[in-house]
Design a protein around this ligand. Structure first.
Ligand SMILES: Cc1ncc(COP(=O)(O)O)c(C=O)c1O
Length: 388
């Protein structure tokens, strides 16, 4: 047989797989594994959004929609950008709606890079970032951020910029660290982007899940709109992971190429999910606030409870729904810590190394998990640590 794709074969296997496979095997063997490994809200999609999808289906909105997205949904995005950030975005040319933010990140990278280009990815990064850069045909350059400094972006990152750097990927609030960028960090990013003529991919999918501080939309900083692609979606804020709905807003030429990729591959997002998506953005936001408060209560419970256990350390994240926990009592090898947690306490967490070298020493726990499960997890960790 002739060889398969070198590009795809060259993508490193996910470091999460080993632990996930073990967790599945334990569950299949009847063990009561508590999973804190996922990124899927445990809430249901708010009712007004579900009803909008029903209405669309009943009204026959079941045909191919425009490839760039139903106009009502694109307008909802443009209205949001204007309302929340004071940005003028043309729904006809500057918005793309896709089946999920993940595809949009890949589409944006594909629109930006040529072979030999480099893309800066801050570490720890969401697991798909580096593979996506490779799949788009460029080289990821990982810029480690320091845990001791709360994973803040500082001037230090300048040293990773070369004449080949095309773009930087920024994710705030951050998965996995929960870090929310400050005005000062945003200025560092802006200054470097302007100085070195870089594009910015700003992944803002957790923007509605902030507990302290304020969300900064990087595109709305002076002179940044023409070089920033804002990527966002419904999965996290509206508990809509299974609907597969995301959107991007940015410069006309970049969005145009992303739209070309979409029209030649996945065609579009699903018609009736976009009706629901427009309702999510235009309709009442009470459910979003209720979920945010629930995540905040879980965060506070978990951070306090974990820090009270000898041999466990957990910073209080300002956003998203993850805790990036250290277990000095179990060592510094995150694969090993995740393995001990799974085998001895039946808790599945994601080893920090899955998010790049700078994530080493940590395990990511998702708090998009019912409080009762989190309480059970804490008492298991207490027992585990007391036994060592
Ligand atoms: C940082 C980040 N960006 C993007 C996504 C993808 O979201 P979507 O469900 O819209 O594809 C996720 C999902 O976990 C994420 O954590």
């Amino acid at each position: 047989m002739k060889p398969l794709s070198e590009l795809l074969q060259g993508i490193p296997p996910s470091a999460t797989l080993a632990v996930n496979d073990k967790a599945k095997a334990l569950k299949a063997a009847g063990r009561d594994v508590i999973s804190l490994a996922g990124g899927d809200p445990d809430f249901n999609t708010p009712e007004n959004i579900v009803q909008a999808a029903f209405r669309a289906l009943k009204a026959g909105d079941t045909h191919y929609p425009p490839s760039r997205g139903a106009m009502a949904m694109r307008k909802a995005v443009a209205d949001k950008m204007a309302r929340e950030y004071g940005l003028t975005v043309d729904p006809a040319t500057q918005v793309l709606v896709s089946p999920g933010a993940k595809f949009l990140l890949y589409a944006a990278l594909s629109a930006l890079v040529n072979p030999g280009d480099e893309v800066i990815v801050f570490e720890p990064y969401w697991v798909s970032y580096a593979p996506m850069v490779i799949m788009a045909g460029a080289t990821p350059v990982t810029a480690p951020l320091d845990a001791a400094n709360g994973f803040a972006i500082t001037d230090e990152i300048a040293r990773y910029i070369t004449p080949r750097t095309k773009a930087m990927m920024v994710n705030s609030p951050n998965n996995p660290t929960g870090h929310v960028i400050s005005a000062e960090e945003a200025q560092v990013v802006r200054r470097l982007a302007l100085e070195h003529d870089l594009y910015l991919l700003s992944d803002e999918i957790y923007e509605k899940l902030i507990f302290e501080g304020e969300h900064i939309n990087l595109a709305s900083l002076p002179d940044m709109a023409q070089r920033t692609i804002t990527i966002n979606g419904h999965s996290k804020a509206y508990a809509m992971t299974g609907w597969r709905l995301g959107w991007a807003a940015g410069p006309k030429d970049v969005i145009g190429l992303m739209a070309k990729l979409q029209s030649q591959t996945v065609t579009s997002a699903a018609s009736f999910t976009m009706a629901a998506g427009a309702e999510a953005l235009n309709g009442p936001q009470d459910a979003v606030e209720e979920m945010r408060l629930a995540y905040k209560a879980r965060r506070d419970f978990m951070v306090d409870a974990l820090n009270a256990i000898p041999g466990v350390e957990c910073d209080r994240p300002s956003g998203a729904f993850y805790l990036f926990v250290r277990f000095p009592g179990l060592g510094t090898d995150s694969m090993q810590i995740a393995s001990i947690l799974l085998e001895e306490a039946e808790i599945a967490g994601t080893p920090g190394i899955a998010f790049g070298q700078a994530g080493e020493g940590h395990v990511r726990f998702s708090i998009a998990t019912a409080m009762s499960e989190l309480e059970r997890a804490v008492s298991r960790i207490e027992k585990l640590m007391a036994s060592r």
